[in-house]
Design a protein around this ligand. Structure first.
Ligand SMILES: Nc1ncnc2c1ncn2[C@@H]1O[C@H](COP(=O)(O)OP(=O)(O)O)[C@@H](O)[C@H]1O
Ligand SMILES: [Mg+2]
Length: 232
């Protein structure tokens, strides 16, 4: 899924959280958004995910402007991962993964899909456990499975390693990048950790609502495909 911000401004009383930001993210790209606390990172994710609306400018998804009429459909095509996991403590791991689709009619087997996703994150044997029985890294793996239950084309992750030690954080970022490949997703994450950022294809740095640097670490996936078979 391709994403574009065109002159996006987001204001709060007395403060401009994002100031006329232009950003184009290609289909399949993994982009890290970095910058100090309060620089606008989460705001960018919320706007891309359709949980927030710009005051000026437009968010485009695959070339089409994200209008209010399209928001509900869009949110269902986006997966979201949070710093603090946000699992429901009274539900088993398997039920947590299925939770987003329990109230809705879907055209797939919820349980089979949830099991497949738990296996994909290395927790195929832990479906009956409660979140409190798992480590932080394992809980984040569950949250990642839950984010993928609708097979999103876009995965957004807000400081996904922020509550984990650096070795576990590194495992989580490697997992996210491999799931991105496996399920053909575009991925946008925010992070304070330079090690997490350099693992992505591109690093966008914000300061006070502006993009101050936009640095390519690896070629975009479509460029690699055109070069032919160079992907690891
Ligand atoms: N709901 C809100 N009401 C008022 N100010 C907000 C709100 N959400 C974010 N902000 C402000 O907007 C700026 C950017 O916030 P945010 O995108 O959360 O930054 P970051 O994720 O980089 O820490 C900050 O100054 C923050 O205080
Ligand atoms: Mg934030």
């Amino acid at each position: 899924m391709g994403v574009r911000l065109r002159g996006v401004t987001r204001r709060y009383p007395g403060l401009t959280a994002l100031d006329a930001v232009n950003l184009e993210i290609r289909d399949g790209e993994a982009v890290a958004i970095t910058g100090p606390s309060g620089s606008g990172k989460s705001t960018v994710l919320h706007l891309i995910g359709g949980m927030d609306r710009p005051d000026e400018g437009a968010v485009e998804i695959d070339g089409e402007e994200l209008t209010p009429r399209r928001l509900d459909d869009h949110r269902r095509r986006v997966g979201f991962v949070f710093q603090r996991f946000h699992l429901l403590p009274a539900l088993t791991v398997l039920d947590n993964v299925m939770a987003p689709v329990l109230p809705r009619r879907v055209d797939f087997d919820r349980r089979a899909r949830a099991m497949e996703l738990l296996e994909a994150v290395g927790l195929g044997e832990r479906g009956d456990a409660l979140p409190s029985e798992l480590s932080g890294g394992q809980q984040q793996r569950v949250a990642i499975s839950r984010a993928l239950i609708n097979r999103p084309g876009l995965l957004l992750a807000d400081e996904p390693t922020g509550n984990l030690d650096s070795a576990t954080g590194r495992e989580i970022i490697d997992l996210l990048l491999s799931l991105r490949e496996r399920y053909g997703m575009t991925m946008v994450l925010t992070t304070h950790d330079p090690e997490v950022a350099v693992a992505c294809d591109r690093i966008v740095r914000l300061h006070d609502g502006w993009i101050v640097t936009d640095e390519r670490v690896a070629p975009a996936p479509d460029v690699l495909d055109r070069l032919g078979g160079l992907r690891p």
